[in-house]
Write a protein that binds this ligand. Sequence first.
Ligand code: NAD
Ligand code: UDP
Length: 319
Amino acid sequence: METFMKNKNNILVTGGAGFLGSHLCKKLLKEGYKVICLDNLFSCDIKNVDDLLKYDNFIFVEGDVCDFKINKKVDQIYNLACPASPVHYQRDPVKTIQTNVLGSINMLELAKNNNAKILQASTSEVYGDPMVSPQNEKYWGNVNPIGVRSCYDEGKRAAETLFFDYYRQFDINIKVCRIFNTYGPRMHHNDGRVISNFIIQALSNKPITIYGNGNQTRSFCYVEDLIDGLIMMMNTKKNCVGPMNLGSDIEISIKDLAFKIIKLTKSKSKVQFLEPLSDDPMQRKPDLNQAQTKIGWNYKTSLDEGIKNTVSYFKKNKI
Ligand code: NAD
Ligand code: UDP
């Protein structure tokens, strides 16, 4: 593994003002990198980069990956630009698929012109509503190509195709990570994803909104662990291209998650069952064998500890 300490390389983080992106930028800045953060502010709060602006090595550019031109030399690109919450990626579905396809082509061209490494933030959603569990990277998935989630699922699948075609056709140094549900401080209060929704509802003693019967499962990874995994993957040898699952493999039903959050926040909230969402995957759990053996990564933070940190964040950052 190459070392990334005290490295003065220029790193571009697209979607760098978002939830994961802002944590990634901060960690890279602390490691001594120069970081350019590109974001069109579609699904984030600009406040996420407030504490990054004090670093001399940080540049924020408000712009879109679909039409972004850069004349700075970049050595690494983390391509995170794309709304990740179903609420936000379904808000402008055509834009979502454009971001994944045109944005990826733009960033891959940039990598080609700069001889840069490029990491794609792909997703467990490429497995759709999986027929196998746990999902390993050889599984091709079960995705509805015309449903309301397709703009994201198929967009991310097309992005993976582009990454592997640029790798085979132009020998680009690619890394593809399939990220499973990740949560933590700096999720937007309107993000709409389950952990932030449940914590905000619990803290205000409002009903906890469960879509469907709550028997669907997810495996939740704490943000700091995930960011370590992305950086470890970026710093692997050229032949380690992925796709690589990153996440937690502790599966929990959404109903049990609701009760856990009620308990941890000592909330008076009751659960409220709402109509199920269209094409909502029923189970999700990564096979982490590759991450453990090829890059030596594993998550460290328990769900209880991660939820407590996230609760503290939402208590401190009241809307
Ligand atoms: P997020 O919505 O907080 O961050 C995405 C960022 O991308 C936002 O700041 C948004 O404004 C920006 N963006 C969107 N479209 C853009 C465009 N066209 N040009 C420039 N910027 C644009 O979501 P996140 O959770 O931080 O996710 C980051 C990446 O990781 C996404 O690509 C997402 O698909 C992937 N991912 C996240 C998770 C997770 O659980 N957090 C899981 C799987 C994959
Ligand atoms: N969910 C829920 N209530 C909410 C938000 C989400 O029951 O307020 C469910 C959603 O239906 C899904 C799971 O929680 O089954 C995870 O949803 P999220 O949007 O966090 O991420 P996804 O894994 O679906 O992309």
